[in-house]
Write a protein that binds this ligand. Structure first.
Ligand SMILES: Cc1cc2nc3c(=O)[nH]c(=O)nc-3n(C[C@H](O)[C@H](O)[C@H](O)COP(=O)(O)OP(=O)(O)OC[C@H]3O[C@@H](n4cnc5c(N)ncnc54)[C@H](O)[C@@H]3O)c2cc1C
Length: 460
């Protein structure tokens, strides 16, 4: 079957490629292949009662399907070049910011109206951080919330479904260059298009590695972030979250000079588990709707690990650590900060006695048996540093869930158009290793769609 453009993956990258192609062209035949379900059929079986832990579904409802990994995310849409990816290194800082603002506008037009845009500009919190050896990164952040984010996705799908052929439950198996285009194979047969956009996200990392290898597309892989998710009473961080919603704060450890940072802050949110390639790690989200708010705030504390020659398998390293926590805890493990400091494991009774009620039913355990000492020391140092700007962070009852891992896909060699060495074969979003966020992934989709549209219009 022939198309003009084939898009592999219906996460934010794929969705915004399709959206912008429809916006900039007429009568284009577009196919989107997605290994997961349509949005309304995405249901994670974990209900905290009958199913408490990940049961390793064939496709993970949290990670796969229309909306991609972002579908049930907190919908924190960060407009910044300081984190969330390195898109600006390819397309330039100004264009990257313009595209993120453009996607934000589309989100608002499609159900996100009324949501708040927070900003770090002129905040006194920056000074408070600096006085305590902490560094607050600059950003504007739109908090769509898990609920509104879902509505935006529903509306975008409705807008596109009659003009784009969506193939759900249809993983693309192989991609190969054929005469004047690309052929992809799926269980429904072979499909051809002149233009091919690969947007397979984090869950498609192994697939992307294989395809890059088969097509001899150069890649680079040397980074992974490892840490824990911290959960504490929302009141402790309220002065930060009320003003900024999400604060990205970086700390350099005194002991090893490692960088530890806060990541994915969810005021009044919930901690969740996530399954990537069969490995269960921890994450978090929160709702915009006050009725769904919890008493707690959660955020990750991550330490970046860069490897150099001869080691290249940074993902394998982090997976081994996550596997260890899965082995000991059967999934995600939780420990009180006080127990960690005293060198004792948390037990179900210690967690039950805690003044902070966990929002995820994780297995009480000992994170020091899982996380490498250097990384754990860095996290402990940062908790004490955060305690100075948010007193109470280092309380005994602060909960630490492990392991949170931020896998960075190996970076695919791409030019400023996000095009591979093969003409008209583009790789975007988290699957390219260039982006790590909703905003950067979406913006990369728009960027590539505009390139294709201009090539098509020139050819006309
Ligand atoms: C719980 C959670 C919360 C998050 N919260 C935030 C947040 O608040 N803010 C933020 O900026 N980021 C957040 N993120 C990260 C964000 O969701 C991702 O950065 C973003 O979704 C990346 O978009 P993408 O399109 O590149 O990839 P993805 O969203 O991962 O989409 C890729 C899609 O490709 C499909 N796919 C994979 N392989 C194939 C194949 N072979 N054939 C067909 N389809 C395939 C997958 O099923 C998936 O649906 C969160 C992630 C998670 C898991």
């Amino acid at each position: 079957m022939n198309y003009d453009v084939i898009i592999i993956g219906a996460g934010p990258g794929g969705i915004f490629s399709a959206y912008e192609l429809l916006h900039k062209t007429q009568g284009l035949r577009i196919a989107v292949f997605e290994l997961g379900n349509p949005l309304e059929k995405r249901h994670c079986p974990i209900d905290g009662v009958r199913v408490k832990n990940c049961i390793h579904c064939p496709t993970c409802a949290i990670m796969n399907g229309f909306g991609g990994a972002g579908a049930f995310s907190d919908g924190k849409y960060n407009i910044t070049n300081q984190f969330g990816g390195t898109l600006h290194q390819h397309i330039g800082k100004t264009e990257a910011l313009e595209l993120m603002a453009y996607v934000d506008k589309i989100n608002l037009e499609n159900g996100g109206a009324g949501t708040k845009l927070y900003s770090t500009a002129n905040t006194a919190i920056k000074t408070l951080c600096l006085q305590n050896k902490l560094h607050l990164l600059d950003a504007s952040v739109r908090h769509l919330g898990t609920d509104k984010n879902y509505v935006v996705l529903e509306n975008l799908y409705r807008l596109m479904k009659d003009r784009v052929d969506f193939y759900f439950n249809t993983p693309v198996e192989t991609v190969r260059q054929s005469e004047n285009g690309y052929t992809v194979t799926t269980k429904r047969g072979e499909f051809f298009a002149k233009y091919c956009i690969i947007s397979v996200g984090r869950s498609g990392s192994k697939w992307m590695e294989r395809v890059s290898h088969e097509m001899k597309i150069p890649t680079l892989s040397n980074r992974v972030d490892i840490g824990v998710r911290v959960e504490l009473p929302a009141a402790i961080f309220a002065h930060l979250t009320d003003e900024l919603y999400e604060s990205k704060i970086v700390y350099r450890t005194e002991k090893c000079q490692d960088l530890v940072r806060t990541f994915c802050m969810n005021p009044h949110g919930a901690v969740v588990s996530e399954n990537t390639n069969g490995i269960v790690t921890v994450n978090g989200h929160s709702y915009e709707d006050p009725e769904k708010h919890t008493e707690n705030t959660n955020f990750a504390l991550l330490v970046a690990k860069h490897f150099s020659h001869p080691f290249t398998d940074s993902t394998g390293y982090a997976e081994s650590i996550a596997r260890l926590s899965n082995m000991l805890g059967g999934g995600v493990m939780v420990q009180r900060f006080g127990d960690l400091i005293r060198g004792q494991r948390s037990t179900p009774s210690r967690i039950a006695e805690s003044f902070t009620t966990p929002t995820l039913a994780a297995t009480p355990g000992d994170l020091s048996l899982v996380i490498p000492k250097r990384i754990l020391d860095g996290i402990i140092e940062m908790i004490y540093a955060l305690d100075k700007i948010a007193p109470g962070t280092a309380n005994d009852d602060t909960l630490l869930y492990g392991v949170e891992v931020k896998f960075y896909n190996m970076e695919v060699e791409l030019d400023e158009k996000l095009e591979t060495l093969y003409p008209n074969l583009f790789v975007i979003g988290d699957g390219s290793g260039v982006t790590h966020s909703l905003s950067h992934a979406s913006a990369s989709g728009v960027h590539v769609a505009r390139t294709i549209a201009s090539r098509l219009n020139t050819a006309d």
